[in-house]
Design a protein around this ligand. Structure first.
Ligand SMILES: [Fe+2]
Length: 203
């Protein structure tokens, strides 16, 4: 089994702790959560080719961190673990962002942390994807859906939509569970929106 970097292990443990702290809010997600973190007990392959890349919207990270650090203990610990590995991330726009009307493309950034090789990320694996989205203040992250079930951990305040219902405010520590193919979107308000996402793509 390949060794996992200690900082990456700390990030994964903090991610699990932040989700489990709110398990009673998202009971339907727990089968996926158990599957994801059972799989993650085995490290994937370290990505030899990862090229750290920051984009212009990453200037909002520090503000997002201070929002998160005003939250609960599991979120503060997660934010610290995240900040320690962030310098290794390959930040990139969402695929197809240039086709979105308005100024979305230049005002958000995503990074894959673990997931399939070839798409950035620090640990290559085919069963779990963990990534992060950063959205500049007053920017809407377009509605989208995908077959894998998904869990978001909200790190800074913002507004969230699911199934075309009205936007609802979410706070650091809140968990958003999107069942397979559910439409979802989010909107940064006066502070940058930062959220970690987690998908199960294994068998
Ligand atoms: Fe999503």
């Amino acid at each position: 089994m390949p060794d996992r970097d200690l900082n990456m292990q700390r990030f994964i443990d903090a991610t699990e702790a932040a989700i489990r702290a709110r398990a009673t809010d998202v009971p339907d997600a727990m089968v996926m959560v158990d599957r994801v973190f059972a799989a993650l007990t085995e490290a994937g392959n370290a990505k030899a080719t990862n090229t750290p890349t920051r984009l212009e919207p990453c200037r909002h990270l520090e503000n997002a961190y201070s929002q998160a650090r005003a939250g609960s203990e599991p979120i503060r610990a997660l934010m610290d673990a995240f900040a320690d590995i962030e310098p290794e991330f390959t930040w990139a726009p969402r695929a197809g962002a240039e086709l979105v009307a308005g100024n979305f493309a230049d005002n958000h950034a995503n990074a894959m942390i673990v997931g399939p090789g070839g798409a950035g990320g620090l640990e290559a694996r085919g069963d779990v994807v963990i990534g992060v989205s950063l959205v500049a203040p007053n920017i809407f992250y377009p509605r989208h859906h995908h077959p894998p079930e998904e869990l978001y951990i909200v790190l800074s305040p913002g507004e969230w939509m699911q199934n075309d219902n009205p936007m609802v405010p979410k706070q650091p520590g809140d968990i958003v569970h999107n069942p397979s193919n559910a439409w979802h979107a989010m909107r940064a308000m006066d502070v940058p929106l930062l959220a970690i996402w987690c998908l199960w793509i294994g068998q």
